[in-house]
Ligand binder design. Structure first.
Ligand code: ADP
Length: 542
C-alpha cells in the first residue's frame, strides 16, 4: 500500500466564507424584511459580520461544539449564523418556526442549545417554550426595533456585534467536526436530530453545484424559498456562498405574488421550494401571464414531496420555465436523487420524457441507492418490484443525534428512508409513497402519490391529496381531498371517469371530499395525517 502525497486540507465551511470575501466581495445578499423593504449586503461585509458574530459568541462563552440555535426566517442575519457559528467551531441549530411550542421546547432541550438567535416577530413564540429550555443562556434578537424595548433576558444582535472587530482568527477545524444540527419534523415519533459535519456539508454543496445536479454557479441569483430551518435550505445557501452566487432571501413573505415580484425584480436565475409553493405560483402565472418577467430564470428545483407531472409540464408548456425535480431528506443533507434526462432518453416521446423528469430521478454523484423488500432482500431495477429505498454516501447520516432511531440504519451501512419505491432499468427511482401514507386495501398497496398526481392534471383541480380511510371490508380505501380552482367545479363522477383509464378499478378513490386548502406540514408539504384524523371515518360513517 502507498498513500497519496496530496495535502491533508480539511473540508470546512471556513474556506467557503473566505472565498466569497476574496473573489466575490461585491456580490450581494438581498433580504426582504417583514415590512417588505429590501436590505443589501455584500459578501465582503458579510464576512466581516460573521467575524464579529464569532467574537461576540466567544465573549458570551460559546466554545467548540456548543449549540447555537436560530429561530428565524430566511435573511442575511440568519446566513451569518449559518457561517459564523460553524466557522468559530460551534454548531448552528436551526429551529423550525412552524412547529408547536411543545415540539420546539422538546427539540431545543434535546439539543441543549446555549444561545438563541431569534427574529423579533418570533419572540412571542419563544416565550411559549422558554421555560422548557433552561440551557439557553443568551437570547439575541436579529432585528430588534430600537423604539420597542426588548424583554430583559434578550439582547439586540446589532448591539452585540457593534463593538467587535471585523476579522477573526478562525480556528483550524477538523473536517469531521459538526457544523449544523437539524431535526426531522417527526411525523412518526419524536423529532430526530441530524448532525452534519463540515466535511459532509462541503461535499454536499459541491455536489449541488454540479451541472447534473443543481448547477449553482457564480453567475446565478439564487432564491431559497425553502426555509433555512428545513434541511439546511437544501444546501442552496452553502452552495451560493461557495460559488459566490448572489442570494435573494424572501423573509416571511412566501405568497405567490411576493415571490414572483422578488424573482422578477432581482433577476432570479434559480429558485427552490416544495410543490405547494409552486402550485400557487403556477396558478398566478396562469391567471396573469404577462405580469412578471421571469426571463432570467434558469431552473426551479422542486422537492420535499412529489412534484406532480402536470405542474412540471404546466411551467414548461405555458411559461417556458424549466423545473428540476429532486428527492431528498434531512438525513441526506438533503440532496439524494435528481431527475435529469439522460441523453439517450432525449428521443423518447414527450409523454415518456415527462415521466422520467417527474420521477425522483437517480442518485447524484457520491450517493448510492438500492431498494429492499421487507425481509431485506435487495430488489431488481425492473420498474416493477416495490421496496424501501435505501441510500448511502458521505452526506448521508450514519446515526441520529442522541442515538435514537437505530433501526433506520442497516447493519451493512445503508440508511433506510421509509420511502416505498420502484427503480427502473435506467436507475430512475419512482416513489409510490412514504410507507406511512400508502393505502393498504385488502392485500394490495395503492399509491396515494400516483392518484394525486393524476388528479392534479384535471383542469378544475388545484390541489389533491389522497389518504387512507378506514373500511370495514378492505381495512383501508383511498379517499381524495380536492381543492377546486377558482371559478371551476368538478363532480365526483367526473373525477372518477378522469381516473378510470389510468388505474385499475380498485385503485379509484371511494370518496372525494372538497376542502378549501389541503392542510400543510411545518415544511409546507401536504399533511395527510390531519386529513386522516378529520376524514378517516368518512367511509364507515356512510
Ligand atoms: P419531513 O417531511 O419529515 O419534514 P424531510 O423534509 O426530511 O422531513 O422529508 C423527507 C421526505 O420527503 C422523504 O422521505 C420523502 O418521503 C419526501 N420527499 C422529498 N422529496 C421528494 C420528492 N421529490 N418526491 C416525493 N417525495 C419526496
Amino acid at each position: 500500500m502507498i498513500d497519496g502525497l496530496m495535502m491533508d486540507f480539511p473540508l470546512t465551511l471556513t474556506h467557503f466564507l473566505r472565498r466569497a470575501r476574496d473573489f466575490f466581495g461585491h456580490h450581494e445578499i438581498v433580504s426582504r424584511k417583514g415590512d417588505k423593504s429590501l436590505t443589501r449586503i455584500s459578501y465582503a461585509d458579510f464576512y466581516k459580520r460573521c467575524a464579529k458574530l464569532a467574537h461576540a459568541l466567544r465573549r458570551l462563552g460559546v466554545t467548540r461544539g456548543d449549540r447555537v440555535a436560530t429561530l428565524a426566517w430566511n435573511h442575511s442575519g440568519h446566513l451569518e449564523a449559518y457561517l459564523g457559528v460553524p466557522c468559530m467551531g460551534a454548531v448552528v441549530h436551526t429551529l423550525n418556526l412552524r412547529l408547536s411550542p411543545d415540539e420546539l421546547g422538546y427539540i431545543a432541550a434535546h439539543a441543549e442549545d446555549k444561545v438563541l438567535l431569534v427574529d423579533a416577530s418570533l419572540l412571542p413564540l419563544f416565550e411559549k417554550f422558554r421555560e422548557k429550555v433552561p440551557s439557553i443562556r443568551h437570547v439575541i434578537v436579529f432585528d430588534a426595533d430600537s423604539s420597542k424595548p426588548l424583554p430583559d433576558y434578550a439582547t439586540s444582535y446589532e448591539a452585540l456585534l457593534a463593538p467587535e472587530v471585523e476579522d477573526y482568527d478562525f480556528p483550524h477545524l477538523g473536517e469531521n467536526e459538526s457544523c449544523m444540527l437539524c431535526y426531522t419534523s417527526g411525523t412518526t415519533g419524536n423529532p430526530k436530530g441530524v448532525l452534519y459535519s463540515h466535511r459532509s456539508t462541503v461535499l454536499h454543496a459541491l455536489g449541488a453545484c454540479m451541472r447534473d445536479n443543481l448547477g449553482i454557479a457564480c453567475t446565478d441569483t439564487v432564491l431559497p424559498v425553502v426555509p433555512m430551518f428545513h434541511a439546511a435550505a437544501w444546501g442552496l445557501t452553502f452552495a451560493s456562498v461557495a460559488t459566490g452566487a448572489k442570494l435573494v432571501m424572501p423573509g416571511p413573505h412566501l405568497d405567490p405574488t411576493s415571490l414572483l415580484e422578488l424573482m422578477a425584480a432581482e433577476g432570479v436565475t434559480f429558485a427552490g421550494g416544495v410543490p405547494t409553493i409552486w402550485i400557487g405560483i403556477l396558478d398566478l402565472l396562469d391567471k396573469d401571464p404577462k405580469r412578471f418577467d421571469l426571463g432570467a430564470m434558469r431552473t426551479m428545483v422542486i422537492g420535499g414531496s412529489a412534484a406532480p407531472p402536470a405542474l412540471i409540464e404546466g411551467f414548461r408548456a405555458r411559461h417556458g420555465l424549466e423545473v428540476t425535480h429532486a428527492w431528498g431528506m434531512t438525513e441526506t443533507s438533503p440532496l439524494g436523487t435528481v431527475a435529469r434526462l439522460k441523453p439517450e432518453l432525449q428521443d423518447r416521446s414527450d409523454a415518456e420524457k415527462l415521466t422520467f423528469r417527474a420521477s425522483q430521478g437517480f442518485a447524484t454523484v457520491l450517493v448510492e441507492q438500492r431498494h429492499t423488500s421487507e425481509d431485506g432482500t435487495v430488489l431488481p431495477w425492473d420498474g416493477k418490484s416495490m421496496g424501501e429505498l435505501e441510500v448511502r454516501g458521505p452526506w448521508v447520516a450514519r446515526a441520529y443525534y442522541g442515538g435514537e432511531g437505530k433501526d433506520r440504519f442497516t447493519k451493512d451501512g445503508w440508511f433506510r428512508t421509509g420511502d416505498v419505491v420502484t427503480i427502473d432499468v435506467e436507475g430512475y427511482v419512482n416513489i409510490t409513497d412514504r410507507s406511512k401514507d400508502v393505502v393498504k386495501s385488502g392485500g394490495e398497496w395503492i399509491s396515494s402519490v400516483a392518484l394525486e398526481n393524476a388528479l392534479m392534471a384535471h383542469p378544475a383541480v388545484l390541489e389533491a391529496a389522497v389518504f387512507a380511510a378506514a373500511h370495514p371490508k378492505w381495512s383501508e380505501r383511498p379517499v381524495a381531498a380536492i381543492v377546486e380552482r377558482e371559478g371551476k367545479t368538478v363532480t365526483d363522477a367526473e373525477l372518477a371517469t378522469f381516473l378510470e383509464s389510468k388505474f385499475p378499478k380498485y385503485w379509484l378513490p371511494d370518496a372525494y371530499v372538497r376542502v378549501a386548502q389541503v392542510p400543510r406540514t411545518s415544511t409546507g408539504k401536504f399533511m395527510k395525517s390531519k386529513l386522516r384524523d378529520q376524514y378517516g371515518d368518512v367511509l364507515t360513517k356512510k
